[in-house]
Design a protein around this ligand. Sequence first.
Ligand SMILES: C[S@@+](CC[C@H](N)C(=O)[O-])C[C@H]1O[C@@H](n2cnc3c(N)ncnc32)[C@H](O)[C@@H]1O
Length: 282
Amino acid sequence: MTLAVIPGHQASLSQADFERARRIIKERAGINLQPSKQSMVQGRLARVLREHNLYGYGELLDAVERPNSPLWQSFVNALTTNLTAFFREAYHFPMLAEFLKAQKGPIRIWCAAASTGEEPWSIAITALDTLGPSAQVKIFASDIDTEVLRTAQAAVYPVASDKGLDEATRRRWFLKGSGNNAGLMRVRPELVRLVEFAQVNLVHDALRFAQPFDVVFCRNVMIYFDAPTQRTVLERIHHAMKPGGLLFAGHSENFSTHSDLFGLRGKTVYERLPDRGMGQSS
Ligand SMILES: C[S@@+](CC[C@H](N)C(=O)[O-])C[C@H]1O[C@@H](n2cnc3c(N)ncnc32)[C@H](O)[C@@H]1O
């Protein structure tokens, strides 16, 4: 009797293929996968094998390493961790509101690891609740993962995912579905018009922004990067911001060793310091 080989059902990810996957994702996306994550990586890559009708991890990794491989995006989408929530780390939003109130003129905000969108929508809600419907705010929301960006752009969520939203906020800013859309809620168009989505790899993509940002949210992504990569990304964010702007970091991210770039102003909130030009002492 011959056994049929089913795509995605290769027995297990060998140690060598795991090391190879770790090297590729680190080089291309900065993500530092811990050695303990082998079975997680196997499970996630098995889905990619099935999606693309491939039979083995080696075949997948060969394909990913080919220049301009379409499999690269499936590989990175599978290996990112996208946990997020509305108003996650809620203590940041009153501080954002205070900062917004003090600004004069249009405000530019970058949400740099936006995942499925709950974070940029929370920023947009804070902006409109603070500054009113004519708020001059633009939010640029980006992520390396194209699948989460599709969800973010669709702006539709299960009502059951609204845990970070109080009832009044949900009613004000989301339209509840009925009929075929029962159990779903859609972000209101007033918020949608504030946010623009695009794919950005924080580690490698050229960051060409027309104007610098007043605020950057870069939360719970630096934890996946090693120290030199964190430094590179912080320098890039510093370059993309106005002096005096605020950088919001994740709850376990600490940038106090980068005090030449950012000064601590609150719980995991940093002020973008001026460029150190001629005539300034350290
Ligand atoms: C754990 S989620 C955090 C989401 C949100 N910022 C929050 O705090 O709730 C981390 C996000 O970072 C993204 N990410 C990982 N590496 C990245 C990179 N090199 N460039 C841009 N985004 C990246 C992942 O795709 C994922 O959506």
